[in-house]
Design a protein around this ligand. Structure first.
Ligand code: COA
Ligand code: MG
Length: 273
């Protein structure tokens, strides 16, 4: 499970070197929007050089996922980005921005796990054909590009529950992880936490993060709380006893517990282990 997905501009040597110390579940070296057009070649060369250092690769070993966010499939840069993936062994995942179509061909050509950012009007209307792509393991919500794509405002799309829920439904229907939007106000830690808790309640597994101060909060929020684990243990024990007695629905501390609650509890215990 990816609780925190940290973007690192691929043209910043300082940030690339700092990234492994930040303890995000996933690091994303970004070649897309954090890198100006004139810097794309330099960024690719910088990444190739740092990722070939054995000491740096060693530092990445404790990171669950090491990803590259490539440029949009509709640009020439996309093809240059994919070419460097073949030389970058530590990259085990490719993030496709502005996804609007079946992405299986990218998995077939690279063998790397894919994550798709859904952030355009077409991406949302074709979300199922993207979600069913071979090799895909996560859908990621992008609200800034979505606002741009539909001619709406960022503020409105930051608060839009319809698209946030729609992405989770598509992800879960296809057995994928759902990763929530970026919180752009880096200094507002409370706001970040509030938004992360909302995302968790909707079914999101984690959140995109852009600054070190957001990482530990995302890691904390997206793991089950002590209260959730204690309640889940009670439910599992009580329900398994009930099953042995031939019961499928019971009262536990004043609440109904049936098969779906049992499965929810089991899932909490699994994600805690
Ligand atoms: N990855 C790695 N290191 C980062 C980082 C990141 N995303 N964001 C900040 N840091 C480092 C800084 O280099 C600094 O290191 P230092 O203490 O060794 O000097 C430290 O963390 C504190 O950073 P701070 O000075 O508060 O931030 P900043 O003003 O340098 O940078 C941003 C602010 C927003 C430019 C920066 O966080 C960033 O580049 N984020 C990612 C942007 C991105 O990739 N966007 C695309 C996806 S939306
Ligand atoms: Mg975007």
């Amino acid at each position: 499970m990816i609780r925190s997905l940290l973007y690192v501009p691929a043209n910043s040597e300082k940030k690339i070197r700092k990234a492994p110390q930040i303890k995000a579940d996933a690091i994303v070296f970004d070649l897309e929007d954090a890198v100006p057009e004139a810097e794309k070649d330099n960024a690719r060369r910088l990444l190739e050089s740092i990722l070939s250092e054995s000491s740096y690769r060693e530092q990445l070993r404790s990171t669950k996922r090491v990803c590259l966010r490539v440029n949009s499939m509709y640009t020439r840069n996309f093809y240059w980005d994919i070419l460097i993936v073949y030389n970058l062994d530590p990259i085990d995942c490719i993030i496709i921005p502005k996804a609007e179509t079946d992405l299986s061909f990218i998995y077939k050509a690279t063998g790397r796990t894919l994550m798709a950012i859904i952030e355009t009007a077409r991406g949302f209307t074709r979300i199922e054909s993207i979600a069913s792509s071979e090799g895909l393991d996560s859908l990621i919500l992008g609200v800034a590009d979505l606002a741009l794509s539909v001619g709406g405002s960022l503020e409105s799309y930051e608060r839009n529950t319809y698209i946030r829920t729609k992405l989770v439904l598509a992800a879960k229907a296809y057995g994928l992880q759902a990763i929530d939007k970026v919180y752009f106000n880096i200094d507002d830690i409370e706001g970040f936490k509030r938004e992360a808790l909302e995302a968790k309640a909707l079914g999101y597994n984690g959140k995109q993060v852009i600054h070190p101060n957001q990482v530990s909060i995302a890691n904390e929020v997206f793991k089950p709380t002590r209260e959730e684990i204690e309640w889940a243990k009670k439910v599992v024990d009580a329900y398994e006893k009930a099953i042995r007695e031939g019961l499928g629905a019971i009262r536990l501390e004043g609440r109904l517990v049936d098969h779906v609650h049992y499965r929810l509890a089991k899932r909490i215990l699994e994600s805690a282990s």
